[in-house]
Ligand binder design. Structure first.
Ligand SMILES: Cc1cc2nc3c(=O)[nH]c(=O)nc-3n(C[C@H](O)[C@H](O)[C@H](O)COP(=O)(O)OP(=O)(O)OC[C@H]3O[C@@H](n4cnc5c(N)ncnc54)[C@H](O)[C@@H]3O)c2cc1C
Length: 637
């Protein structure tokens, strides 16, 4: 069993982070340049961490598989970023953001981490404004806010529907500055394929150059993974096509515990699937629910167009079921309500898998110009994809996979169970419990990268006497051989199936049995199907070409192999958690259609430990102790 020490500081909640910063060891400014850190990923988490650590004086090497750090999936984030600034004077505070996040996550996140997140949220906005991020402003010049799900205050800062892009440009410029100064060594087109441990500590990585196929080792004093989420295990998701699990999965296989893998977020407002040909789904930002009203016809099988259905024959089901939060009910709840309406035969559009998101009232009240200023690019995007004009007819939306709350287990210092290996941003499990509230992923990624990791990594470096090593060390040679061996094996199968066809099959299994509704029977069945799919992969895939050049099929094969194993762990995790909480809805555990938690038996983080290729992972538990909030049944009514 692993020793899971969350290292949450003692003392009053409000003072934990301050006290911890004081008690951590520091690295003398002139010594920092003697220490090297590898960062994998340059999304909001990785770019902010790399830039900040380089600014502090560390020697940073940053790796991405993209052609530029600017391509990271963070660029897709639309709606906004939360911060407890209380600019609206509507009752917000650090405490309220903390409470909303804990409650939004259905009481399955660690108190100390979430409180720190709420505390540093206010600094993020100042940092980004100083970098020139063009947040929306009120007429008088103050920063504007809008509301996101699960909150009754307006605390979401935004830049039209391009918040992620603008924030990433800020972080990217900070990173570029350090690259130009020679403080960050930027490696593009390099995919991390293994983690290297020396004497039990993370000391480097092995990468493959995606253009030349060259396998190379890189050594450092510490390694940081900032590699994003694994929603593409479902094949269809709102994630960029490249997003994958390989970096964290391979770290898991080297000893990093994987926490709460089954907690995935299904976002309620996405453009419905239109057919078998699709490889990607499109999000319509949650911000649209500030002004859009969600409804379906009251009558089952009503085939009339939306304008032919009078008010009295519409069911604004979120407003009806959750009057206090209405259309801004949290994502898990809004998704389930949409699924319920469609399962009830009241869905709209082809196949009945859609609900309306209607702006008619808002356009009448505020005018088309205002709606266009708020959401113009999202409306344009919707029209380009569906060929329907959302200013004239309601959008059609349906839930889709969007975000993964699970990830590598980390302690308060954002360190995994492997000493020296840190995980930040979406790839760790930390702050969102069983359901993430909208606009809080950007907040967490930037909190981790700008304000938490740069402190805690210093403590790790100052507290450990790390022997100098280089990539001639046997551990690097072994890892390189393993990476090459795996590649040769995949290229040598020469079977009949494309990697995509296996990925599609995997996605369907995970969506059907480990998606929005999960049952013991379904999960057990999935656990029978997945080993067969894995065997099919390893005997019947066809990866053309060689490893010595650009080979996107080979890249995909490695990622899909990892997704299959992760899918199995997700199902195992979902099966063992005999309760419903947040995005994890076990059909057997519900009360009046709402998730029924079991705090007595499941108020813990499930941290799975790798036990070898042919053995089931071992479950380790980190108990969740709530000293500052009362564990209550989540209600948005
Ligand atoms: C469509 C969409 C809209 C969203 N909108 C919002 C929003 O409005 N507000 C909000 O808070 N959240 C939003 N989210 C969630 C949020 O965008 C993500 O959680 C967040 O951007 C993740 O940032 P990250 O830095 O952790 O990872 P990413 O931005 O995904 O970056 C991952 C990085 O890791 C690199 N990488 C990964 N694996 C490897 C490897 N093996 N080797 C080398 N490099 C690797 C990639 O090249 C990339 O640079 C949205 C998500 C989606 C899908």
């Amino acid at each position: 069993m692993l020793e899971l020490n969350p290292k949450a500081p003692t003392g009053p909640l409000e003072q934990k982070w301050e006290q911890h910063k004081f008690s951590m060891k520091l690295v003398n400014p002139s010594n920092k340049r003697r220490h090297s850190v590898i960062v994998v990923g340059a999304g909001l988490a990785g770019a902010s961490a790399s830039a900040t650590m380089a600014e502090l004086g560390y020697k940073v090497s940053c790796f991405v598989y993209h052609d530029s750090p600017r391509r990271a999936h963070s660029i897709a984030a639309q709606g906004g970023i939360n911060a407890a600034k209380n600019y609206q004077n509507d009752g917000d505070s650090v405490r309220r953001l903390f409470y909303d996040t804990i409650k939004g996550g259905d009481f399955r996140a660690r108190e100390s981490n979430v409180y720190r997140l709420a505390q540093v949220s206010v600094s993020i906005i100042d940092q980004c404004v100083a970098q020139g991020v063009p947040f929306a402003r009120e007429y008088g010049g103050l920063l504007a806010n809008r509301s996101f799900g699960g909150a009754q205050v307006s605390r979401t800062f935004y830049a039209r529907g391009q918040t992620g892009q603008q924030l990433l440009l800020g972080a990217y410029q900070a990173l570029e500055r350090q690259i130009a100064l020679g403080a960050v060594n930027m490696h593009t087109f390099e995919e991390m394929l293994d983690l290297v441990l020396v004497d039990g500590h993370a000391r480097g990585i092995v990468t493959r150059n995606l253009i030349t196929g060259k396998i190379t080792s890189h050594a450092a004093d510490a390694v940081v993974l900032a590699t994003g989420g694994y929603g593409n295990v479902f094949y269809l998701s709102t994630n960029a096509k490249y997003c994958n699990t390989s970096a964290i999965w391979r770290a898991h296989k080297k000893g990093a515990a994987f926490a709460n893998p089954c907690y995935t977020q299904i976002h309620p407002t996405c453009i419905p699937v239109s057919g078998d040909h699709q490889s990607k789904l499109t999000l319509m930002s949650e911000s649209l629910r500030n002004d859009g009203r969600v409804w379906v016809p009251i009558a089952k099988g009503d085939k009339r167009g939306p304008s032919a259905i009078p008010e009295a024959e519409r069911d604004y089901f979120l407003e009806r079921k959750y009057p206090s939060f209405g259309n801004l009910a949290p994502r898990d709840i809004a998704s389930r309500a949409a699924k319920e309406a469609c399962d009830d035969g009241r869905g709209v559009g082809p196949g009945g898998l859609g609900v309306y998101l209607d702006f008619a009232d808002a356009i009448t009240r505020l005018g088309k110009q205002t709606i266009s200023e708020r959401y113009g690019n999202l409306f344009d995007m919707y029209q380009r994809i569906t060929d329907e004009n959302p200013y004239q007819v309601p959008m059609r939306i349906y839930p889709a996979v969007h975000y993964t709350m699970g990830g590598l287990w980390v302690d308060y210092n954002l360190m995994t169970t492997i000493p020296g290996l840190h995980a930040i941003g979406e790839c760790n499990f930390s702050d969102h419990g069983a359901n993430r509230l909208g606009a809080s992923a950007l907040m967490q990624g930037l909190a981790d990268g700008y304000f938490v990791l740069p402190y805690t990594i210093g403590d790790y470096i100052a507290s450990n006497k790390l022997a100098p090593i280089d990539t001639n060390h046997a551990a690097f040679k072994e890892a390189e051989a393993a990476v090459t061996g795996l590649q040769t094996k995949m290229l040598g199968i020469k079977g009949k199936r494309t990697v995509d066809s296996i990925h599609k099959e995997l996605g369907k299994i995970i969506w059907d049995y480990c998606g929005m509704a999960r049952t013991r029977e379904g999960l057990t069945h999935a656990l029978e199907l997945l080993p067969k799919l894995k065997a099919e992969f390893w005997t019947n895939i066809n990866v053309p070409g060689s490893g010595e050049a650009l080979n996107q099929e080979l890249e995909k094969a490695g990622r899909v192999a990892d997704f299959i194993e992760l899918g199995e762990l997700m199902c195992r995790d979902a099966l063992h958690r005999e309760e419903s909480c947040g995005g994890h809805f076990r059909v057997e555990y519900q009360e009046a259609g709402e998730a029924k938690r079991d705090d007595e038996h499941f108020a813990y983080v499930a941290a799975w430990e790798y036990a070898g290729d042919n053995a089931a992972q071992i479950l380790n538990k980190e108990p969740l102790v709530y000293e500052n909030v009362h564990l209550s049944t989540r209600s948005y009514k």
